[in-house]
Design a protein. Structure first.
Length: 684
């Protein structure tokens, strides 16, 4: 039986499905789709398109458009109860194209997917379920409630090469990856679009407008490649009797931030995040502290220091602390490696290790593969269709993840880590595995398909059911999607201890906070440098504490990154990492939301975490040289006027009471300083 809470209407021109929040309309005359929300917002004039050979086929240019009654079917799944239906397009001499739509009770979003069936197998590397191109007027209508500046969100494909998220005011031209938001910067009302299937395609979202407030061109499509995806080849071709596009989420929300979180949860319904019951990882990683100078002494000294100075004073999560090797751990002798693990375990800690399984760092492709007689690395490296090796990325060649020897190498390395006693692995430079190329297995026709194979080996080899204990998986340089293979993902590229590093990492949190506990259990803010990384000058005290505050609000993976043989690094850790309120906030594992989203490719400077009767607000000054005055508008935080508010600064303990009829708090911040405010208010 079809859902009683979803209305279906049809006449000779329009077929409509209305779930009470969004009405989906198929125009049977011109072959376009439109979505109307009950507050007056709309997206109109949408068609589907795909490429077959050199031909671009567009549904709105077909002659016949229909919705067969038999295609209207009830569905009940992780999204609830709803209806799935099909908008079919046909014309003589061309393959039929179908747009499938899903609408669920009480949901302000719908899903749209496109496919085409032909009599013989066919290929395509471009499929768009939704597109609309206009020269005049706007594809999107914000309704009567929006008069402000409209911005478009840029989401990077991965986190390599210090890429940044961004929000761009229209007029602009944006190509985002896997997701975007189009929103009013003041009212926060907006639309969210993105892919919720990630089995084959890299998905692009193109949004363009030449006049303020107007979106004249919009396209969501599978098949995007280029500099941002690190590809030097076109997207691989889907091949079959039926080829299917990515499934696109289309929603409108009173607050675009709610929409991004809903998008993250929708992805998690289709592909759940990898479960983790062990809480926020507290600990240390060697990279920032010593980089290539890693040796036995710094590793065991750090373990002893944390045991004696931090661990027994609150720096742990349920007693768990990880002490992790990064790159260059193989400089240690087998005896030193074994003794390192023993010492860490004797200190009541868990050892962690590092590898980059999808990248070959050697300079000689003809080098024999260790442990696999008869194979050279050239056999395992990804190539183009002429048999040439792909250009290096970050100085390394890409491994072909469809090759059985490549996958077996990964299994053997992980099994060694388990045998040696490690319980945490940082997997780095994973974007190599998703590059387009000609794969060893002919059925693997896209980089994303290959990436699934490699990531599944990592996940399955380290399953607790297989190895008899939990094993934490962190991914570093990696595509945002597909997810479900790791417990945490670094939200940005490398970030160290200067205020510029903090601002860079918080740029990713400003526009990617929603990833935490939806796609991955934790956002990883990278190793938290309180004093000095091996490649930078010393931080000021304000810079170091701001870096820590930024890590705490990320949601978070709290791994320190200093060499505690340096007295100032040790002193700051003793002072800051034993603060109960700060550590309790980190242990929550909940990311703070940005209060605003108008910073372009920079970071916002105010972040909020709110519960029923209290809130925490982090405020930053990213200027390393000048003091600033920050004004915090209470209404933007969601604090009602006319109530007494108690505010306490967590770091220095300052308390103040005031009547919030003043509607704002003025805070003076020194260069690179941040504050962490705790609000208590009956109106929160």
């Amino acid at each position: 039986m079809l859902s009683q809470n979803i209305q279906i209407e049809s006449d000779s021109n329009i077929m409509a499905v209305d779930n009470g929040l969004v009405r989906s309309e198929a125009n049977l005359h011109d072959g376009t789709l439109a979505f109307h929300w009950r507050d007056g917002r709309a997206i109109r004039g949408l068609y589907g398109e795909l490429k077959v050979g050199s031909d671009l086929l567009r549904t709105s240019l077909y002659e016949n458009h229909s919705v067969d009654e038999a295609s209207i079917q009830p569905v009940e799944d992780g999204f609830g109860r709803g209806i799935r239906w099909t908008f079919k397009h046909s014309t003589p001499g061309k393959p039929a194209i179908r747009q499938h739509l899903w609408s669920y009770e009480g949901m302000p979003y719908v899903f749209v997917e496109l496919d085409s069936r032909q009599e013989a197998e066919w290929e395509t590397n471009y499929m768009s379920p939704l597109a609309s191109l206009r020269n005049d007027g706007s594809v999107i209508d914000f309704g009567s409630g929006s008069k402000g500046e409209i911005r478009v969100l840029f989401v990077p494909y991965d986190n390599d090469k210090w890429v940044r998220y961004g929000s761009h005011a229209i007029p602009c031209s944006v190509e985002s990856y896997e997701a975007t938001a189009i929103y009013d910067k003041d009212a926060r009302k907006g639309f969210v679009l993105g892919s919720v299937t990630h089995d084959f395609w890299k998905t692009g979202l193109q949004v363009e407008g030449t006049w303020a407030g107007e979106v004249s061109r919009l396209r969501a499509f599978g098949g995007v490649t280029g500099l941002q995806t690190r590809d030097t080849l076109p997207h691989g071709n889907a091949r079959g009797l039926v080829n299917v596009s990515p499934r696109i989420f289309v929603g409108a929300f009173d607050d675009y931030r709610d929409g991004m979180e809903a998008f993250g949860r929708a992805n998690a319904v289709i592909a759940p995040k990898l479960p983790w019951d062990g809480g926020v990882p507290f600990g240390w990683n060697s990279w920032s502290a010593v980089m290539g100078r890693l040796d036995f002494d710094v590793y065991v000294h750090t373990s002893d220091f944390i045991k004696q100075s931090l661990q027994q004073f609150g720096f742990s999560n349920d007693g768990v602390v990880y002490i992790n090797f990064d790159a260059f751990w193989n400089k240690l002798t087998p005896e030193e490696l074994s003794e390192s693990v023993r010492r860490v375990r004797a200190n009541g800690q868990k050892p962690g290790i590092y590898f980059s399984p999808f990248a070959y760092w050697g300079k000689d492709p003809e080098r024999p593969v260790e442990g696999f007689e008869g194979y050279a690395y050239r056999d395992l490296l990804l190539k183009d269709h002429a048999g040439n090796l792909l250009p290096t990325l970050d100085g390394a060649y890409a491994m072909d993840l469809s090759h059985p020897v490549t996958l077996e190498r990964i299994r053997r390395e992980l099994d060694r880590f388990v045998e040696w006693g490690f319980e945490y692995v940082k997997a780095d430079f994973l974007a190599h595995g998703a590059l387009e190329g000609k794969h060893h297995l002919p059925d693997v026709r896209s980089g994303i398909q290959a990436y699934h194979l490699g990531m599944a080996v990592i996940r399955d080899t380290l399953k607790p059911e297989r190895i008899g204990r939990p094993f934490f998986i962190n991914v570093s340089i990696a595509p945002l999607f597909p997810h479900g293979y790791a417990h945490s993902r670094r939200i940005s590229c490398d970030a160290f201890g200067l205020i510029g590093d903090t601002e860079y990492m918080l740029n990713a949190l400003t526009y990617g906070w929603w990833i935490n506990d939806t796609l991955y259990r934790f956002n990883d803010p990278d190793h938290t440098v309180l004093h000095k990384s091996d490649n930078q000058k010393e931080t000021t005290a304000h810079e170091g504490r701001s870096r820590l505050t930024a890590s705490v609000i990320a949601g978070t993976s709290l791994l320190l990154g200093d060499d505690y043989r340096l007295e100032e690094a040790a002193a700051r850790a003793r002072s800051w990492m034993t603060r109960p309120e700060v550590m309790d906030l980190a242990r929550k594992g909940v990311t703070f939301r940005p209060v605003e989203g108008t910073s372009g490719n920079k970071a916002e400077d105010i972040y909020l975490l709110q519960s029923e009767d209290e809130a925490w607000v982090a405020v930053f000054n990213f200027d390393p040289d000048h003091a600033v005055s920050k004004r915090i508008e209470l209404t933007r935080l969601g604090i009602q006027s006319g109530k007494e508010v108690s505010v306490r600064e967590i770091w220095d303990g300052r308390e103040m009471r005031f009547d919030d009829a003043r509607k704002a708090i003025e805070i003076e911040l020194q260069p690179a300083e941040s504050v962490l405010l705790h609000f208590r208010n009956q109106s929160l």
